[in-house]
Design a protein around this ligand. Structure first.
Ligand SMILES: Cc1ncc(COP(=O)(O)O)c(C=O)c1O
Length: 446
């Protein structure tokens, strides 16, 4: 009997006992290839000796000092490091302990920025459907996963949602990807016009959509159009790179590949690589300068922000990524993973699409490749895939709701940046078997 309120009550979870490299072992000694980094977290895999050494070293010196009394050397060094490698104009960092916290902080900083700039009427937020920005009330309010929002709707502040950039389902046959992106930009313009450009505070989007759509990048030109629209109306562009950032797509920030720099960026997950809980909000210098010249304090804080042990882990992760040139491996193995997935699933009757960037790849499951019809959500096909994969010693991250927030099944892959080609082969082979078995046991298709 467990006293933990687990994610799924009644489900028996294996006990994770140790982890090394790309493998986690349970208490019975069974090995699982971590092909999803948990939820795109463990970017260096498990037990990385350099990260552990940096954490031990920090622990021996100082585990914790409250940020209303002190700063710490390691927190300062990490901020210097993050700013030095951030998109253009980013000048300061605000520490948090996870992704939802980083998104909440982004929303509050955006609001405070406009209040202090003398634009208190800016209070409206536009985000996108089928997005996930976190589970706390503010992050849930802007998110677009209907299933997660429904029962909490009375507690959520009003957010205005537009379409995601979801080429596989929403680009019309008579449109080029660029034309589709232009149509989405027009939709955003229309939403801004409806709300009044002077009333809109922020537009929030995941640069590459993670858990809800399954590694879906935007179409070419979409984000540069969005950037221009936000600039024209004085709206802050907040990019949620909690999942897709910190190297996952082959560049440190996913928005580098879009050629834009946002006003605020939320990061977490790969920042600490799972060695410690840490998130951060990165901001353009002019946002910082407004608060600095105004009230002089962002009215937001948490007890554990800037935790020295978490900062030591994150700094070590960043240094290992650079020292070992791991982003090159993300691009190389990402391309290989994408090729192998397309070979294995390119003609699979129940896989409609393979997409992604770097070591952030997704598959979309459909009952029919021509109609793209989704499986009945009651079948919980994504959960079956996860179960079958675990039985085969493979961790992947399948989720549902990509079609409309409820229907649709996809499988997300986010292996550690240290993965090699033979492991990629094993991942694809086990995933193929798992998907086939899930479809068989659900008694559908295939
Ligand atoms: C894009 C995105 N934003 C925010 C979050 C929330 O992060 P956390 O679970 O660390 O609160 C997640 C988590 O999956 C995410 O994928």
């Amino acid at each position: 009997m467990t006293h933990i309120l687990h994610r799924q009550i009644g489900h028996t979870y294996p006990v994770a006992a140790n982890g090394q490299g790309v493998v986690i072992r349970d208490a019975d000694g069974k090995a699982y290839i971590d092909a999803s980094g948990g939820a795109a977290v463990s970017c260096l895999g498990h037990g990385h000796p350099d990260v552990l050494a940096a954490m031990h070293d920090q622990l021996d010196r100082l585990a914790y000092a409250h940020t209303s009394f002190f700063t710490s050397q390691v927190a300062e060094e990490l901020a210097d490091d993050l700013v030095a490698h951030a998109p253009a104009g980013i000048g300061h960092v605000f520490y948090l302990s996870g992704g939802s916290e980083a998104v909440e902080a982004a929303l509050k900083l955006a609001r405070q920025y406009f209040v202090e700039r003398g634009e208190p009427q800016r209070e409206k937020i536009i985000a996108r459907r089928q997005s996930y920005h976190g589970i706390t009330l503010g992050a849930l309010a802007i998110g677009g996963r209907e299933k997660q929002r429904a029962q909490f709707a009375p507690l959520l502040f009003e957010t205005h949602h537009v379409s995601p950039a979801y080429e596989y389902r929403d680009r019309r046959a008579d449109e080029t990807p660029e034309q589709y992106g232009a149509r989405l930009a027009e939709e955003l313009e229309a939403k801004i016009a409806e709300l009044g450009g002077e009333n809109v505070m922020a537009f929030v989007a995941e640069t590459v959509v993670g858990a809800t759509l399954g590694a879906v990048p935007a179409v070419p030109g979409y984000f540069s159009r969005v950037r221009k629209i936000c600039d024209r109306h004085g709206i802050l562009l907040i990019l949620d790179e909690v999942m897709c950032g910190m190297g996952r797509t082959g560049t440190l920030y996913a928005c580098e590949q879009e050629g834009i720099s946002p006003d605020l960026i939320a990061i977490a997950k790969g920042l600490g690589g799972g060695f410690a809980p840490i998130g951060a909000l990165l901001m353009q210098e002019r946002v910082f300068a407004t608060i600095a010249a105004g009230s002089g304090a962002f009215q937001h804080s948490h007890t554990y922000m800037g935790h020295p042990l978490a900062c030591a882990a994150a700094l070590a992760v960043q240094r290992v990524i650079r020292r070992d040139d791991l982003l090159a491996n993300v691009r190389r193995q990402g391309a290989y993973l994408s090729r192998r997935l397309k070979e294995r699933f390119g003609n699979h009757p129940c896989v409609g699409d393979v997409r992604g960037r770097g070591l952030f790849q997704g598959l979309e499951l459909v009952t029919d490749r021509d109609t793209k019809a989704a499986f009945d959500p009651k079948l919980k096909l994504h959960a079956r895939v996860k179960q079958e994969a675990m039985a085969r010693g493979l961790m992947v991250y399948p989720t549902g709701g990509n079609v409309d927030g409820v229907a649709g099944d996809n499988v997300l892959l986010a292996p550690p940046f240290i993965v090699d080609a033979p492991t990629v082969d094993t991942i694809v082979e086990r995933l193929g078997d798992s998907i086939d078995a899930a479809i068989r046991t659900a008694g559908v298709g295939g």
